[in-house]
Design a protein around this ligand. Sequence first.
Ligand code: ASP
Length: 439
Amino acid sequence: MKKVVKFGGSSLASAEQFKKVGNIIHADAERKFVVPSAPGKRDSKDTKVTDMLYACYALAEADQDFRAELQAIRTRYQEIIDGLELSLSLDQEFEIIAKNFREKAGSNYAASRGEYLNGIIMAEYLGYTFIDAAEVIFFDEKGEFDGEKTNEVLSTRLADCEAAVVPGFYGAMPDGSVKTFSRGGSDITGSIVSKAVKADVYENWTDVSGFLIADPRIIDHPEAIDVITYRELRELAYMGATVLHEDAIFPVRQQGIPINIRNTNAPEDNGTWIVGSTCQKPRYVITGIAGKKGFCSVNIEKDMMNSEIGFGRRVLQAFEDSGISFEHVPSGIDTMTVFVHQDEFMHKEQKVVAAIHRLAEPDSIEIESDLALIAVVGRGMKSTRGTAGRIFSALAHNNVNVKMIDQGSSELNIIIGVANEDFETAIRAIYDIFVIAQL
Ligand code: ASP
Protein backbone atom coordinates (compact mmCIF):
# COMPACT_ATOMS: atom_id res chain seq x y z
CA MET A 1 0.00 0.00 0.00
CA LYS A 2 1.12 3.52 -0.79
CA LYS A 3 -0.38 6.51 0.92
CA VAL A 4 -0.04 10.17 0.05
CA VAL A 5 -0.63 12.43 3.03
CA LYS A 6 -1.44 16.10 2.66
CA PHE A 7 -1.49 18.35 5.72
CA GLY A 8 -3.36 21.64 5.78
CA GLY A 9 -2.11 24.91 7.25
CA SER A 10 -3.65 24.52 10.70
CA SER A 11 -2.01 21.07 10.98
CA LEU A 12 1.38 22.75 10.48
CA ALA A 13 0.88 26.08 12.19
CA SER A 14 3.37 25.45 15.04
CA ALA A 15 6.04 23.04 16.27
CA GLU A 16 3.40 21.39 18.43
CA GLN A 17 1.22 20.73 15.38
CA PHE A 18 4.27 19.51 13.41
CA LYS A 19 4.89 16.93 16.13
CA LYS A 20 1.34 15.61 15.81
CA VAL A 21 1.93 15.32 12.08
CA GLY A 22 5.22 13.49 12.70
CA ASN A 23 3.42 11.02 14.96
CA ILE A 24 0.73 10.41 12.35
CA ILE A 25 3.32 9.76 9.63
CA HIS A 26 5.43 7.48 11.82
CA ALA A 27 2.38 5.52 12.93
CA ASP A 28 2.02 4.06 9.43
CA ALA A 29 4.97 2.94 7.32
CA GLU A 30 2.91 3.42 4.16
CA ARG A 31 2.76 7.21 4.60
CA LYS A 32 5.73 7.91 2.36
CA PHE A 33 4.72 10.91 0.27
CA VAL A 34 3.94 14.10 2.11
CA VAL A 35 2.41 17.33 0.79
CA PRO A 36 2.50 20.22 3.27
CA SER A 37 0.66 23.54 3.19
CA ALA A 38 2.18 26.72 4.59
CA PRO A 39 1.78 27.35 8.33
CA GLY A 40 -1.80 28.43 8.97
CA LYS A 41 -3.45 30.13 11.92
CA ARG A 42 -2.45 29.07 15.43
CA ASP A 43 -5.65 30.59 16.80
CA SER A 44 -8.57 32.51 15.38
CA LYS A 45 -6.79 35.89 15.62
CA ASP A 46 -3.61 34.69 13.95
CA THR A 47 -2.60 35.32 10.31
CA LYS A 48 -1.75 32.58 7.81
CA VAL A 49 1.82 32.73 6.53
CA THR A 50 0.44 32.83 2.96
CA ASP A 51 -1.43 36.04 3.80
CA MET A 52 1.68 37.49 5.48
CA LEU A 53 3.64 36.75 2.30
CA TYR A 54 1.07 38.44 0.07
CA ALA A 55 1.10 41.52 2.33
CA CYS A 56 4.88 41.60 2.52
CA TYR A 57 5.25 41.31 -1.22
CA ALA A 58 2.72 44.11 -1.79
CA LEU A 59 5.14 46.41 0.05
CA ALA A 60 8.06 45.19 -2.02
CA GLU A 61 6.13 45.81 -5.19
CA ALA A 62 5.32 49.36 -4.06
CA ASP A 63 9.05 49.93 -3.39
CA GLN A 64 8.41 50.20 0.33
CA ASP A 65 10.44 48.77 3.18
CA PHE A 66 9.31 45.16 3.75
CA ARG A 67 12.03 44.04 6.15
CA ALA A 68 9.89 43.97 9.29
CA GLU A 69 7.16 41.98 7.56
CA LEU A 70 9.64 39.45 6.19
CA GLN A 71 11.25 39.18 9.62
CA ALA A 72 7.85 38.33 11.14
CA ILE A 73 7.50 35.46 8.64
CA ARG A 74 11.01 34.31 9.41
CA THR A 75 10.20 34.27 13.11
CA ARG A 76 7.24 31.97 12.49
CA TYR A 77 9.47 29.42 10.76
CA GLN A 78 12.25 29.81 13.32
CA GLU A 79 9.81 29.03 16.13
CA ILE A 80 8.88 25.80 14.37
CA ILE A 81 12.53 24.88 13.77
CA ASP A 82 13.45 25.59 17.41
CA GLY A 83 10.40 23.76 18.75
CA LEU A 84 11.37 20.69 16.73
CA GLU A 85 14.99 21.03 17.86
CA LEU A 86 16.31 20.96 14.33
CA SER A 87 19.69 22.43 13.42
CA LEU A 88 18.36 23.62 10.05
CA SER A 89 19.06 27.23 9.04
CA LEU A 90 16.85 29.10 6.59
CA ASP A 91 19.19 32.16 6.48
CA GLN A 92 20.26 31.57 2.93
CA GLU A 93 16.70 30.89 1.77
CA PHE A 94 15.52 34.17 3.29
CA GLU A 95 18.34 36.07 1.62
CA ILE A 96 17.25 34.68 -1.74
CA ILE A 97 13.61 35.49 -1.00
CA ALA A 98 14.45 39.10 0.00
CA LYS A 99 16.48 39.54 -3.17
CA ASN A 100 13.69 38.12 -5.34
CA PHE A 101 11.15 40.35 -3.61
CA ARG A 102 13.31 43.39 -4.37
CA GLU A 103 13.53 42.24 -7.98
CA LYS A 104 9.74 41.87 -8.04
CA ALA A 105 9.49 38.16 -8.71
CA GLY A 106 5.69 38.35 -8.53
CA SER A 107 2.99 37.61 -5.97
CA ASN A 108 2.70 33.97 -7.08
CA TYR A 109 6.36 33.43 -6.26
CA ALA A 110 5.89 35.26 -2.95
CA ALA A 111 2.89 33.19 -1.85
CA SER A 112 4.52 29.91 -2.87
CA ARG A 113 7.40 30.44 -0.41
CA GLY A 114 5.05 29.51 2.44
CA GLU A 115 4.78 25.91 1.23
CA TYR A 116 8.34 25.82 -0.08
CA LEU A 117 9.89 26.65 3.31
CA ASN A 118 7.50 24.43 5.22
CA GLY A 119 8.43 21.60 2.85
CA ILE A 120 12.13 22.07 3.62
CA ILE A 121 11.45 21.91 7.37
CA MET A 122 9.15 18.90 6.99
CA ALA A 123 11.71 16.97 4.90
CA GLU A 124 14.42 17.68 7.47
CA TYR A 125 12.15 16.69 10.35
CA LEU A 126 11.11 13.40 8.75
CA GLY A 127 14.40 12.59 7.01
CA TYR A 128 12.56 12.44 3.65
CA THR A 129 13.79 13.80 0.30
CA PHE A 130 12.69 17.36 -0.49
CA ILE A 131 11.41 17.91 -4.04
CA ASP A 132 10.73 21.50 -5.13
CA ALA A 133 7.27 21.54 -6.72
CA ALA A 134 8.57 23.98 -9.38
CA GLU A 135 10.64 21.10 -10.79
CA VAL A 136 7.80 18.61 -11.08
CA ILE A 137 4.45 20.43 -11.40
CA PHE A 138 3.78 22.37 -14.58
CA PHE A 139 1.41 24.90 -16.06
CA ASP A 140 1.05 25.59 -19.78
CA GLU A 141 1.45 28.91 -21.65
CA LYS A 142 -2.11 29.86 -20.76
CA GLY A 143 -1.51 29.22 -17.08
CA GLU A 144 -3.63 26.04 -17.08
CA PHE A 145 -2.36 23.06 -15.13
CA ASP A 146 -0.50 20.69 -17.49
CA GLY A 147 -1.54 17.28 -16.18
CA GLU A 148 0.22 15.20 -18.80
CA LYS A 149 3.67 16.72 -18.50
CA THR A 150 3.38 16.85 -14.73
CA ASN A 151 2.45 13.21 -14.44
CA GLU A 152 5.31 12.15 -16.68
CA VAL A 153 7.98 14.11 -14.83
CA LEU A 154 6.59 13.64 -11.33
CA SER A 155 6.02 9.90 -11.58
CA THR A 156 9.56 9.34 -12.88
CA ARG A 157 11.03 11.51 -10.16
CA LEU A 158 9.05 9.88 -7.36
CA ALA A 159 9.78 6.36 -8.61
CA ASP A 160 13.38 6.94 -7.48
CA CYS A 161 12.35 8.07 -4.01
CA GLU A 162 11.75 5.95 -0.96
CA ALA A 163 10.00 8.81 0.78
CA ALA A 164 9.53 12.42 -0.29
CA VAL A 165 8.07 15.79 0.61
CA VAL A 166 6.54 17.83 -2.23
CA PRO A 167 5.30 21.27 -1.11
CA GLY A 168 1.73 22.07 -2.08
CA PHE A 169 0.10 24.99 -3.89
CA TYR A 170 2.56 25.78 -6.70
CA GLY A 171 4.38 24.69 -9.81
CA ALA A 172 6.20 26.31 -12.71
CA MET A 173 5.24 28.07 -15.93
CA PRO A 174 6.99 27.06 -19.19
CA ASP A 175 9.49 29.93 -18.64
CA GLY A 176 10.35 28.54 -15.19
CA SER A 177 8.59 31.25 -13.21
CA VAL A 178 6.54 30.10 -10.22
CA LYS A 179 2.78 29.92 -10.45
CA THR A 180 0.33 28.98 -7.69
CA PHE A 181 -3.03 27.28 -7.89
CA SER A 182 -5.96 29.22 -6.44
CA ARG A 183 -6.19 29.51 -2.65
CA GLY A 184 -6.36 26.19 -0.84
CA GLY A 185 -4.52 24.63 -3.80
CA SER A 186 -2.29 22.31 -1.78
CA ASP A 187 -5.23 19.91 -1.91
CA ILE A 188 -4.72 19.78 -5.68
CA THR A 189 -1.01 19.03 -5.28
CA GLY A 190 -1.88 16.13 -2.96
CA SER A 191 -4.18 14.74 -5.59
CA ILE A 192 -1.58 15.15 -8.35
CA VAL A 193 1.07 13.37 -6.27
CA SER A 194 -1.40 10.57 -5.49
CA LYS A 195 -1.99 10.03 -9.16
CA ALA A 196 1.74 10.10 -9.97
CA VAL A 197 2.64 7.41 -7.42
CA LYS A 198 -0.56 5.45 -8.09
CA ALA A 199 -1.42 5.68 -4.42
CA ASP A 200 -3.92 3.38 -2.77
CA VAL A 201 -5.31 6.27 -0.80
CA TYR A 202 -4.94 10.03 -0.65
CA GLU A 203 -5.18 11.10 2.98
CA ASN A 204 -6.06 14.75 3.39
CA TRP A 205 -5.40 15.82 6.99
CA THR A 206 -7.17 18.93 8.23
CA ASP A 207 -8.73 20.27 11.42
CA VAL A 208 -12.17 18.65 11.19
CA SER A 209 -13.11 14.99 11.37
CA GLY A 210 -14.34 14.85 7.82
CA PHE A 211 -17.00 16.37 5.70
CA LEU A 212 -20.01 17.47 7.71
CA ILE A 213 -23.59 16.88 6.64
CA ALA A 214 -24.31 20.60 6.92
CA ASP A 215 -22.52 23.87 7.59
CA PRO A 216 -21.54 24.03 11.31
CA ARG A 217 -22.21 27.79 11.26
CA ILE A 218 -25.88 26.95 10.70
CA ILE A 219 -26.27 23.57 12.42
CA ASP A 220 -24.81 23.06 15.86
CA HIS A 221 -22.33 20.14 15.76
CA PRO A 222 -23.58 18.47 12.60
CA GLU A 223 -22.78 14.81 12.04
CA ALA A 224 -19.85 13.88 9.81
CA ILE A 225 -20.33 11.97 6.56
CA ASP A 226 -18.73 8.48 6.56
CA VAL A 227 -18.67 7.82 2.83
CA ILE A 228 -19.46 10.19 -0.03
CA THR A 229 -19.04 9.70 -3.76
CA TYR A 230 -17.05 12.11 -5.95
CA ARG A 231 -20.26 13.12 -7.68
CA GLU A 232 -22.06 13.89 -4.46
CA LEU A 233 -19.08 15.85 -3.28
CA ARG A 234 -18.98 17.87 -6.49
CA GLU A 235 -22.60 18.86 -5.99
CA LEU A 236 -22.00 19.90 -2.38
CA ALA A 237 -18.70 21.63 -3.05
CA TYR A 238 -20.21 23.58 -5.89
CA MET A 239 -22.90 24.77 -3.53
CA GLY A 240 -20.36 26.13 -1.12
CA ALA A 241 -19.41 23.24 1.17
CA THR A 242 -15.69 23.64 1.76
CA VAL A 243 -13.07 21.30 3.18
CA LEU A 244 -11.38 20.23 0.01
CA HIS A 245 -10.47 22.37 -3.01
CA GLU A 246 -12.97 21.68 -5.80
CA ASP A 247 -10.28 20.83 -8.37
CA ALA A 248 -8.60 18.32 -6.07
CA ILE A 249 -11.04 15.64 -7.09
CA PHE A 250 -10.09 15.34 -10.75
CA PRO A 251 -6.59 13.76 -10.76
CA VAL A 252 -7.53 11.02 -8.27
CA ARG A 253 -10.97 10.46 -9.71
CA GLN A 254 -9.45 9.45 -13.04
CA GLN A 255 -7.48 6.74 -11.23
CA GLY A 256 -10.19 5.65 -8.81
CA ILE A 257 -8.03 6.60 -5.82
CA PRO A 258 -10.16 7.27 -2.73
CA ILE A 259 -9.62 10.39 -0.62
CA ASN A 260 -9.78 10.08 3.14
CA ILE A 261 -10.37 13.36 4.98
CA ARG A 262 -8.84 13.09 8.47
CA ASN A 263 -8.38 15.25 11.55
CA THR A 264 -4.79 15.91 12.70
CA ASN A 265 -6.13 16.81 16.14
CA ALA A 266 -8.20 13.59 16.40
CA PRO A 267 -6.31 10.95 14.38
CA GLU A 268 -8.39 8.17 15.92
CA ASP A 269 -11.49 9.38 14.01
CA ASN A 270 -12.15 7.61 10.71
CA GLY A 271 -13.01 10.83 8.90
CA THR A 272 -14.79 10.86 5.55
CA TRP A 273 -14.05 8.57 2.62
CA ILE A 274 -14.56 10.09 -0.81
CA VAL A 275 -14.93 7.28 -3.33
CA GLY A 276 -15.86 6.62 -6.95
CA SER A 277 -18.79 4.43 -6.09
CA THR A 278 -19.81 2.33 -3.16
CA CYS A 279 -22.31 -0.29 -2.16
CA GLN A 280 -22.28 1.10 1.36
CA LYS A 281 -25.67 2.44 2.24
CA PRO A 282 -25.53 6.00 3.52
CA ARG A 283 -26.50 6.37 7.17
CA TYR A 284 -29.26 8.78 6.23
CA VAL A 285 -31.28 9.18 3.04
CA ILE A 286 -29.42 12.37 2.36
CA THR A 287 -25.65 12.59 2.32
CA GLY A 288 -25.36 16.34 2.76
CA ILE A 289 -26.96 19.77 2.47
CA ALA A 290 -25.25 22.89 1.17
CA GLY A 291 -26.36 26.16 -0.27
CA LYS A 292 -25.52 29.66 -1.32
CA LYS A 293 -27.20 33.01 -1.06
CA GLY A 294 -27.17 35.82 -3.58
CA PHE A 295 -29.03 34.61 -6.65
CA CYS A 296 -31.48 36.37 -8.99
CA SER A 297 -34.21 34.78 -11.01
CA VAL A 298 -35.18 36.10 -14.41
CA ASN A 299 -38.63 34.87 -15.23
CA ILE A 300 -39.58 35.02 -18.91
CA GLU A 301 -43.16 34.51 -20.08
CA LYS A 302 -44.46 33.97 -23.55
CA ASP A 303 -47.71 32.39 -24.66
CA MET A 304 -47.19 29.19 -26.64
CA MET A 305 -43.52 29.16 -25.71
CA ASN A 306 -43.64 25.38 -25.43
CA SER A 307 -44.12 24.97 -29.17
CA GLU A 308 -41.61 27.58 -30.27
CA ILE A 309 -38.49 25.72 -31.29
CA GLY A 310 -35.28 27.47 -30.27
CA PHE A 311 -36.88 29.74 -27.66
CA GLY A 312 -34.68 28.45 -24.83
CA ARG A 313 -31.55 28.81 -26.92
CA ARG A 314 -32.39 32.39 -27.81
CA VAL A 315 -32.99 33.31 -24.17
CA LEU A 316 -29.75 31.71 -23.04
CA GLN A 317 -27.93 33.41 -25.90
CA ALA A 318 -28.78 36.75 -24.29
CA PHE A 319 -26.97 35.64 -21.11
CA GLU A 320 -24.04 34.18 -23.01
CA ASP A 321 -23.56 37.38 -25.01
CA SER A 322 -23.08 39.26 -21.74
CA GLY A 323 -20.69 36.63 -20.39
CA ILE A 324 -23.06 35.46 -17.66
CA SER A 325 -23.25 31.82 -16.68
CA PHE A 326 -26.58 30.45 -15.51
CA GLU A 327 -27.16 28.10 -12.60
CA HIS A 328 -30.55 26.53 -13.21
CA VAL A 329 -33.30 26.84 -15.76
CA PRO A 330 -36.59 25.46 -14.51
CA SER A 331 -39.40 25.90 -17.03
CA GLY A 332 -43.17 25.64 -17.36
CA ILE A 333 -45.50 25.58 -20.35
CA ASP A 334 -45.31 29.30 -21.05
CA THR A 335 -42.53 30.31 -18.67
CA MET A 336 -38.86 29.83 -18.33
CA THR A 337 -36.80 31.00 -15.38
CA VAL A 338 -33.07 31.54 -15.43
CA PHE A 339 -31.17 31.59 -12.13
CA VAL A 340 -27.98 33.64 -12.12
CA HIS A 341 -25.50 34.99 -9.57
CA GLN A 342 -26.75 38.36 -8.44
CA ASP A 343 -23.32 40.02 -8.27
CA GLU A 344 -22.47 38.92 -11.81
CA PHE A 345 -25.85 39.87 -13.22
CA MET A 346 -26.57 43.14 -11.41
CA HIS A 347 -24.45 45.43 -13.56
CA LYS A 348 -25.52 43.86 -16.81
CA GLU A 349 -29.19 43.30 -16.08
CA GLN A 350 -30.67 45.88 -18.49
CA LYS A 351 -28.36 44.79 -21.28
CA VAL A 352 -29.49 41.17 -20.82
CA VAL A 353 -33.17 42.10 -20.59
CA ALA A 354 -32.91 44.13 -23.80
CA ALA A 355 -31.18 41.22 -25.52
CA ILE A 356 -33.88 38.76 -24.41
CA HIS A 357 -36.52 41.11 -25.82
CA ARG A 358 -34.65 41.42 -29.08
CA LEU A 359 -33.80 37.73 -29.51
CA ALA A 360 -36.83 35.94 -28.06
CA GLU A 361 -39.66 38.51 -28.12
CA PRO A 362 -41.26 37.42 -24.82
CA ASP A 363 -44.55 38.79 -23.43
CA SER A 364 -42.98 39.80 -20.14
CA ILE A 365 -39.83 39.54 -18.07
CA GLU A 366 -39.75 39.72 -14.29
CA ILE A 367 -36.65 39.79 -12.12
CA GLU A 368 -36.53 38.71 -8.51
CA SER A 369 -33.45 39.21 -6.35
CA ASP A 370 -32.02 38.03 -3.00
CA LEU A 371 -32.70 34.35 -3.48
CA ALA A 372 -30.80 31.41 -2.06
CA LEU A 373 -30.31 27.97 -3.56
CA ILE A 374 -30.05 24.87 -1.40
CA ALA A 375 -28.84 21.51 -2.67
CA VAL A 376 -30.00 18.40 -0.86
CA VAL A 377 -27.64 15.70 -2.09
CA GLY A 378 -27.69 11.97 -1.61
CA ARG A 379 -27.22 8.75 -3.55
CA GLY A 380 -29.72 7.25 -1.10
CA MET A 381 -32.55 9.30 -2.61
CA LYS A 382 -32.60 7.15 -5.70
CA SER A 383 -34.05 4.17 -3.96
CA THR A 384 -36.18 5.99 -1.42
CA ARG A 385 -39.70 7.15 -2.02
CA GLY A 386 -41.00 10.33 -0.49
CA THR A 387 -37.74 12.27 -0.11
CA ALA A 388 -39.07 15.32 -1.92
CA GLY A 389 -42.32 15.06 0.04
CA ARG A 390 -40.45 15.08 3.33
CA ILE A 391 -38.32 18.06 2.32
CA PHE A 392 -41.28 20.16 1.29
CA SER A 393 -43.46 19.31 4.25
CA ALA A 394 -40.54 20.18 6.58
CA LEU A 395 -40.16 23.52 4.81
CA ALA A 396 -43.90 24.20 4.96
CA HIS A 397 -43.97 23.45 8.69
CA ASN A 398 -41.24 26.01 9.16
CA ASN A 399 -43.06 28.63 7.10
CA VAL A 400 -40.50 28.62 4.31
CA ASN A 401 -41.91 29.46 0.93
CA VAL A 402 -40.33 27.42 -1.87
CA LYS A 403 -39.67 29.51 -4.97
CA MET A 404 -38.07 26.90 -7.18
CA ILE A 405 -37.56 23.15 -7.30
CA ASP A 406 -35.15 21.37 -9.59
CA GLN A 407 -34.40 17.67 -9.53
CA GLY A 408 -32.07 16.17 -12.08
CA SER A 409 -33.01 12.80 -13.48
CA SER A 410 -29.93 11.34 -11.79
CA GLU A 411 -31.94 11.67 -8.56
CA LEU A 412 -28.72 12.59 -6.86
CA ASN A 413 -29.84 16.00 -5.73
CA ILE A 414 -32.79 18.27 -5.30
CA ILE A 415 -32.20 22.00 -5.64
CA ILE A 416 -34.55 24.32 -3.83
CA GLY A 417 -34.80 28.08 -4.25
CA VAL A 418 -35.92 30.16 -1.24
CA ALA A 419 -35.64 33.79 -0.16
CA ASN A 420 -32.22 34.71 1.27
CA GLU A 421 -33.79 35.37 4.66
CA ASP A 422 -35.26 31.83 4.80
CA PHE A 423 -31.93 30.19 4.00
CA GLU A 424 -30.83 29.15 7.50
CA THR A 425 -34.35 28.12 8.59
CA ALA A 426 -34.69 25.94 5.50
CA ILE A 427 -31.36 24.17 6.08
CA ARG A 428 -32.23 23.54 9.74
CA ALA A 429 -35.63 22.15 8.78
CA ILE A 430 -34.12 19.75 6.25
CA TYR A 431 -31.37 18.64 8.64
CA ASP A 432 -33.90 18.05 11.40
CA ILE A 433 -36.18 15.88 9.33
CA PHE A 434 -33.47 13.69 7.80
CA VAL A 435 -30.85 13.53 10.55
CA ILE A 436 -32.20 14.53 13.95
CA ALA A 437 -35.48 12.66 13.43
CA GLN A 438 -33.47 9.50 12.54
CA LEU A 439 -31.10 9.55 15.50
N1 ASP B 1 -1.31 28.18 1.66
C1 ASP B 1 -2.25 28.33 0.59
C2 ASP B 1 -3.47 29.08 1.05
O1 ASP B 1 -3.51 29.59 2.15
C3 ASP B 1 -2.57 27.03 -0.07
C4 ASP B 1 -3.11 25.96 0.85
O2 ASP B 1 -3.02 26.07 2.06
O3 ASP B 1 -3.64 24.98 0.33
O4 ASP B 1 -4.41 29.21 0.30
